[in-house]
Design a protein around this ligand. Structure first.
Ligand SMILES: C[S@@+](CC[C@H](N)C(=O)[O-])C[C@H]1O[C@@H](n2cnc3c(N)ncnc32)[C@H](O)[C@@H]1O
Length: 265
């Protein structure tokens, strides 16, 4: 629905301003695609550096899988660093927009798109990616789909490759966000066209799950008991350490509710 709503917008600039599902926290009413992609480029630099995802140059032939690419905010920068970037999303219209974004801001010959039709299965071979990455996506899925995508990421990554998946855990604001989000999504199920919601409503509606390291790490350990390394990065702005079955590190600049699972196969 969100993707189809974005088809109503005449230009990508309007899409980043008007489509409730296509924005990050720093956007404004006069946002352009250029500015939107600039936020993604900065975040690619930050997270790939701190999570150890930069491997050589695009010429080194590596494959990067991005789960939940949206319209390519981060994908554009990724295609400049990786020989092949597989942008995966459950919204076919967003994938079309993603190709447009990468054609303008990235290296479109390095892009492949892949539809996640059921929201939980990557149509990609085993052991085929050097990196599998996901940012501000798994929090928007049903809990079971998010955990299925964790297993999929660990299936698709090749031996020696790395997985970096971003999740959202509980914060004080969730006392309001989570129940209001559940009501908004119930209304969307009853009246699907309302899912073409403007930003404010979407912000509530997309608060679909909260997962902690204790929920996710055992799933990852069962999928890859032979992983060479498994760790959690939590925001340095979170006052206390998260409880986790694997070591927890702190990451500057991350949203206090966000954390990352990083696995080296
Ligand atoms: C908030 S956007 C983030 C896009 C991009 N990662 C970024 O940072 O700009 C979340 C994206 O995840 C996609 N998405 C949500 N659930 C998904 C699922 N189960 N499988 C694949 N993509 C999903 C949505 O269609 C949307 O494009």
């Amino acid at each position: 629905m969100a993707g189809r709503a974005s088809e109503d917008q005449p230009s990508a600039d309007e899409v980043v301003r008007e489509t409730g599902w296509v924005f990050n926290n720093e956007t404004g009413e006069r946002l352009t695609l250029d500015e939107f992609v600039a936020t993604g480029t900065e975040e690619v630099g930050w997270y790939c550096h701190h999570l150890g995802l930069f491997w050589g140059t695009a010429a080194s032939g590596r494959t990067f899988v991005e789960i939940g690419s949206g319209i390519g905010r981060m994908t554009a920068a990724l295609t400049r660093h990786y020989h092949r970037v597989v942008a995966c999303d459950l919204d076919a219209a967003f994938l079309e927009r993603c190709r447009e974004t990468v054609a303008i801001h990235g290296t479109v010959e390095h892009l492949q798109t892949s539809l996640v039709e059921d929201g939980r299965t990557l149509v990609l071979p085993d052991d085929s990616a050097d990196v599998v990455f996901s940012y501000i996506t798994l929090q928007h899925c049903n809990r079971d789909d998010a955990l299925a995508l964790v297993r999929e990421a660990l299936r698709v990554v090749r031996p020696g490759g790395r997985v970096a998946l971003n999740f959202r855990t509980w914060t004080a604001k969730d006392v309001l966000l989570v129940p209001v989000g559940a009501v908004v999504r119930l209304v969307w199920r009853i009246i699907p066209p309302l899912a073409k919601a403007p930003r404010l409503v979407t912000r509530f509606g997309w608060q679909a799950n909260r997962l902690t390291p204790n929920d996710v790490v055992p799933v990852a350990q069962a999928a890859r008991p032979d992983a060479a390394m498994m760790m959690v990065f939590q925001s340095s702005r979170r006052p206390s350490n998260m409880t986790s079955p694997v070591p927890v590190h702190r990451l500057e600049g991350a949203h206090p509710g966000h954390w990352w699972l990083v696995v080296q196969r």
